[in-house]
Design a protein around this ligand. Structure first.
Ligand code: AMP
Length: 216
């Protein structure tokens, strides 16, 4: 069974790659960021706790995050494997899921200077969730989803200033998590500066090998 993590700084393509991996390898896609945004949308207690951290580009405290993801991992759709996207982002979070025996960590590597345009021009469809970049892959109308005609929006943490804060917390708190898994020998580095197709091809061949090993 594939129990995977996808890691990388904001804008490396975690969301886009996760959608492709989850549909092709038939695993549950668990994005802690998406879960928080849903909670905020529904104005739950958890959402209110997380909101001020997220809008500042800071990490939500471990206690809150670990509980939310821990509960999610108990759901039935995780029985056939899962891909955690954006979690763990700190050593305490990694230690909290130690018993889950993660078998692969996809580490998206990218030059930081490429991230600014990827984040600042990122737009998301309110209706179908498709992610666009109105500068790097322009679409006819930058406000309307070409797939479903839904309205496109920009995340309020997708600004240059918030990106700088997010990159700082990535360097300080999340990079040590990659080293933690590297010591276990399960990190697979991927060059994420290429096209979506080319990045996915690298990931697909890695995961096919991991899946094969798992069935032995
Ligand atoms: P993302 O959609 O993965 O970029 O996450 C958006 C924001 O949600 C982050 O900048 C954090 O504020 C918060 N967040 C998501 N995942 C975590 C996590 N594992 N630990 C703490 N905060 C998180």
């Amino acid at each position: 069974m594939l129990k995977m993590l996808i890691m990388g700084p904001a804008g490396a393509g975690k969301g886009t790659m996760s959608e492709l991996i989850a549909s092709n390898f038939k695993v549950a896609h668990i994005s802690s960021g998406d879960m928080f945004r849903e909670e905020i949308k529904h104005q739950t207690h958890l959402g209110l706790q997380a909101k001020s951290y997220i809008t500042q580009g800071l990490l939500v405290p471990d206690e809150v995050t670990i509980q939310m993801v821990g509960n999610r991992l108990k759901k039935d759709d995780c029985q056939n494997g899962y891909l955690l996207d954006g979690f763990p982002r700190s050593l305490a979070q990694a230690e909290a899921i130690e018993d889950f025996n993660i078998n692969a960590v996809i580490n998206l590597q990218i030059d930081e200077h490429l991230l600014v345009d990827r984040i600042v021009f990122r737009r998301i469809c309110q209706q179908c969730g498709t992610i666009y970049n109105i500068k790097l892959n322009p679409i006819e109308n930058a406000e309307i989803c070409p797939k479903c005609c839904g309205k496109l929006y920009q995340r309020n943490d997708d600004t240059y200033e918030k990106l700088m804060v997010r990159l700082e917390s990535y360097r300080e708190e999340t990079k040590p998590v990659i080293d933690y898994y590297r010591q276990k020998g399960i990190v697979y580095d991927v060059d994420a500066g290429q096209t979506i197709d080319d990045v996915y091809k690298q990931i697909e061949s890695i995961l096919k090998n991991v899946a094969e090993e798992e069935t032995k």
